[in-house]
Design a protein around this ligand. Sequence first.
Ligand SMILES: C[S@@+](CC[C@H](N)C(=O)[O-])C[C@H]1O[C@@H](n2cnc3c(N)ncnc32)[C@H](O)[C@@H]1O
Length: 248
Amino acid sequence: MTSAEHFDRWYAEMTSSPAADDLVRRTLELPPDLESTSLLSGPGLDEVAAFLALRPGEVLLDLACGRGGYGREVARRASCSVIGVDFSAVAVSQALSRGGDFRVGTLEACGLPDASVDAVMVVDALQFADSKPAVVGECRRVLRPGGRLAVTCWEAVDPADETVPRQFRDLDLARRLPEAGFVDVSVADRPEWRVSERRMWEEALATDAAGDPAMVSMQEEARRVLAVFERRRRVLATASVPETVRPA
Ligand SMILES: C[S@@+](CC[C@H](N)C(=O)[O-])C[C@H]1O[C@@H](n2cnc3c(N)ncnc32)[C@H](O)[C@@H]1O
């Protein structure tokens, strides 16, 4: 597992790099003040928001929220409230600096009560969990009947391909979501999202990173990602909790 301390350092570096934030926002076509630490583009975010179809007064959980940009934006569009949870205390404190309800917790144990939220989004973070079934189960636990889940991630084109890190090979959401009791499961490829993704990595590599630790770390990641770019597929997984839960 990539540790919370690793992410704390990552987020601390990012505050000192408006250049990295600007590059991400521009290449991913994001709203001007959205703080992303992932690869979800503006059009991708529109799709997530459309699927979650939040109504005013409902509650959204942005699980592994980072600095909270995506959850805040989805909630703003729907006039609903958002709770963000992440295991990086630094990310949570950066999210809190803009106000709102952001808490330290993990993908597997977010700390919210059973059946307490109407929608959950997990943007580009599920791959970091040791146990994917535990995270999917946690999403199911906190959702109310009729609740919606949207997950964006990457899966291996060939799960047996060991050049793709294991964290992407064991996602298998088409199997895990129904196993956890979700219905109306869709795990759809989104090749069109990869155009802006590739653009982001290539522009990062073409940038002069001198003296900018966030940009240096982005360039290191760009090299790793581009080396196996075609061996991963971009996925949007959506699912719902049945309206009425049958007694066991
Ligand atoms: C690539 S970032 C995405 C952040 C945010 N969802 C976004 O799209 O801007 C991955 C996030 O997952 C969080 N994370 C990784 N493993 C976690 C875990 N086991 N529990 C909670 N958060 C975790 C990291 O701290 C980081 O904020």
